[in-house]
Design a protein around this ligand. Structure first.
Ligand code: CO
Length: 168
């Protein structure tokens, strides 16, 4: 009597564990869609850059692969007013003349110092930021080459507010 009860219990345990295994299979199947959902969430590679009242970018060299999805987040960590110490991040095309670009930018206050006539030389740009402000821009890394990025606020490029994007 006792033995048959034990056997019965064993059978029940086996049946339950069998069910457990069956249940595990769909659970493993559920994992695949979850992993897929994570892929878009990975998104672009984020590059955080800080600008300050000393007219410097915290990042002056960016390396990337052609076609790579990038997101630049610029933060103005300074305290001086935007009118005196605004900062932006402007990535120019490989054939752009950076000195000529910033020369034209000086008289382009109405368009936040990004000259409309040279818009074709801009690959990506953030807004012009006042103190404690941030902006971001997403773009694909262009063809292999070397690209200048800069702050186009008057005179900032001249004192070194610039850097290089190297695409391989
Ligand atoms: Co600046």
């Amino acid at each position: 009597m006792k033995a048959s009860l034990l056997l019965g219990s064993l059978a029940l345990v086996l049946a339950l564990s069998g069910c457990g295994q069956k249940a595990a299979a769909p659970a493993a199947g559920d994992k695949a869609p979850a992993a897929k959902a994570e892929a878009p969430a990975a998104g672009p590679r984020v590059i955080e850059i800080t600008a300050n009242d000393q007219m410097k970018f915290s990042v002056t060299t960016i390396e990337a692969k052609a076609g790579e999805d990038l997101k630049v987040i610029l933060t103005n960590a300074g305290t001086l007013p935007k009118e005196a110490m605004g900062h932006n991040w402007v990535l120019l095309t490989a054939d752009a003349d950076a000195a000529a670009f910033v020369a034209a930018a000086m008289t382009a206050k109405d368009t936040d110092y990004v000259p409309a006539s040279l818009a074709g030389q801009v690959i990506a740009k953030t807004a012009l930021l006042g103190p404690r402000k941030s902006d971001e821009v997403s773009f694909k890394a262009p063809a292999p080459g070397t690209y200048v990025f800069l702050c186009s606020f008057p005179a900032h490029f001249m004192v070194g507010m610039k850097g290089t994007l190297i695409v391989k």
